[in-house]
Design a binder for this molecule. Structure first.
Ligand SMILES: NC(=O)c1ccc[n+]([C@@H]2O[C@H](COP(=O)([O-])OP(=O)(O)OC[C@H]3O[C@@H](n4cnc5c(N)ncnc54)[C@H](O)[C@@H]3O)[C@@H](O)[C@H]2O)c1
Length: 436
């Protein structure tokens, strides 16, 4: 099939490369000239494990190409995926301007019957708006499909290649049969392709992210209670996660959820409910718990170092909102560093892949270290924010020797309490007893 994917960000690039890998002819189109110039030379704008090899192989095989000529890409396609950003507007609702710009382009430049697939995460009712925008100039029949994407950054290629399920909101037989054919290579092990009406598909994506965010905020709330009553959240987590009705995933407390999806999708769903004179009370609480949780690491630092952080020197390990990505959007590390800098502390940060990106985002007061140990030089405390593998089993003796004071604030519960006790650290984690 001839496919164009408009928007070559995290989602568009993965979708395009994976569809090319299964033999389709795919054009990735984007208005960002630098991004496209890089992609043509196999230089990826993002860090995503395995994606570079996929892009290179499929470009070399002539199945995948990149262009800034969005109109040309649309004109040559049987299926167009809209995978542009839907950032939050000031009122929390999803900004649909990029999606609707692309829909307008599709109407103007389509040159045959077309399936128009919304991959971007969009609120209920957006497919109808997309349809209207295409219809305004359309000269051929078209079929709008809502196909929300559930990939996880850091495991995106695997998630797309082996999805738990594919959700498709479609209203014509043509759309259903094209999409079923397109996805058939990815569901050979019997994972379901779930066809539904378009509004249900649109809502499914938000409901999934809202449920996951809820589990995280719930566990953060429980962790904070554990600290007050002297319980250990790791044990509570295992105790509840082994119940089949609950399951073990997404029960890890931490410094609050971040990333490009959960914060904006929870906000957008809350706004959708308000627009319908309804109220999602649980999700409003989920957001407010998360906002508080993003301040927990700084609070713990104050407990360990004293209320006044002026002049303190802090090492921060981990900037990306989670491991295996360089995505910094809404990362708890940025919230922490902003607060530390505002309190007069000096920050030296390390991240295995996100430092280049962070240099554009963080104030000039922050220093970046070439290695995790270099970040510790002269620091009064270490704060671990992202659970990258390389931070899991560090050389604690070296850490203790390098830090000015043996203080670790661990936002991911990476280290065993008994080890921290033996080594003589002051150690604060999330929802577990403090070692001092
Ligand atoms: N990142 C994720 O993990 C993830 C997962 C599932 C769903 N989503 C959703 O997918 C959508 C895209 O997310 P992303 O993280 O890939 O975004 P992104 O910001 O990484 O990429 C969006 C791309 O769209 C391009 N673009 C914007 N307007 C354009 C236009 N008019 N024509 C052509 N290109 C245009 C931008 O230049 C950018 O390259 C969002 O709605 C997001 O909520 C993201």
């Amino acid at each position: 099939m001839n496919i164009s994917v408009v928007g070559t960000g995290y989602v568009g690039l993965v979708v395009g490369a994976c569809l090319a890998e299964t033999g389709n002819q795919v054009v990735g189109a984007d208005i960002d000239e630098r991004k496209i110039a890089g992609l043509k030379q196999n230089i990826l704008p993002i860090y995503e494990p395995g994606l570079d090899r996929l892009v290179e192989r499929n470009q070399a095989a002539g199945r995948l190409s990149f262009t800034v000529d969005v109109a040309g890409a649309i004109a040559g396609s049987d299926v167009v995926f809209i995978a542009v950003g839907t950032p939050p507007d000031e009122d929390g609702s999803a900004d649909l301007s990029h999606v609707l710009d692309v829909a307008d382009m599709i109407g103007r430049h389509m040159a045959r019957e077309l399936v128009v697939v919304t991959k971007s995460t969009v609120p209920v009712g957006t497919a109808a708006k997309v349809s209207e925008a295409v219809q305004a100039n359309a000269r051929y029949p078209f079929h709008v499909v809502s196909n929300p994407e559930f990939l996880k950054e850091g495991a995106a290629v695997d998630d797309f290649m082996k999805p738990d399920r594919v959700v498709l909101g479609a209203e014509t037989d043509h759309a259903r049969s094209v999409m079923a054919e397109l996805y058939s290579p990815f569901v050979r092990t019997g994972k379901p392709v779930i066809f539904m009406d378009i509004p249900s598909a649109e809502l499914t994506k938000y409901a999934a992210n809202a449920m996951l965010a809820t589990r995280i905020s719930f566990m953060n709330d429980i962790a904070n209670l554990c600290e007050r009553v002297g319980a250990n959240v790791d044990l509570v987590r295992k105790g509840i996660g082994s119940d089949d009705r609950i399951g073990p995933a997404f029960l890890f407390p931490g410094p609050g959820y971040g990333g490009s999806c959960f914060p904006k999708d929870v906000k957008a769903l809350v706004k959708t409910a308000r627009d319908q004179s309804s109220c999602l009370r649980i999700l409003e609480a989920v957001e407010s718990v998360n906002d508080d949780q993003k301040r927990r690491l700084a609070q713990k630092l104050r407990l360990a170092l004293g209320a006044d952080l002026t002049g303190a020197s802090i090492a921060v390990w981990g900037l990306a909102f989670k491991p295996n990505t360089d995505d910094l959007r809404e990362s708890p590390a940025l919230a922490l560093i902003d607060e530390l800098v505002a309190s007069g502390a000096r920050v030296t940060a390390h991240d295995p892949v996100a430092m280049e990106e962070a240099k554009h985002r963080l104030s000039s007061g922050v220093e970046f270290a070439a290695s995790s140990y270099e970040a510790l030089n002269g620091a009064d405390a270490l704060v671990v924010v992202t659970d990258w593998n390389e931070y899991r089993h560090p050389d604690f003796v070296r850490i203790k020797k390098t830090l000015r004071r043996p203080i670790i604030i661990d936002g991911r519960n990476l280290y065993a309490l008994h080890r921290m006790t033996e080594l003589g650290f002051t150690y604060h984690s999330i929802g577990r007893p403090t070692v001092s």
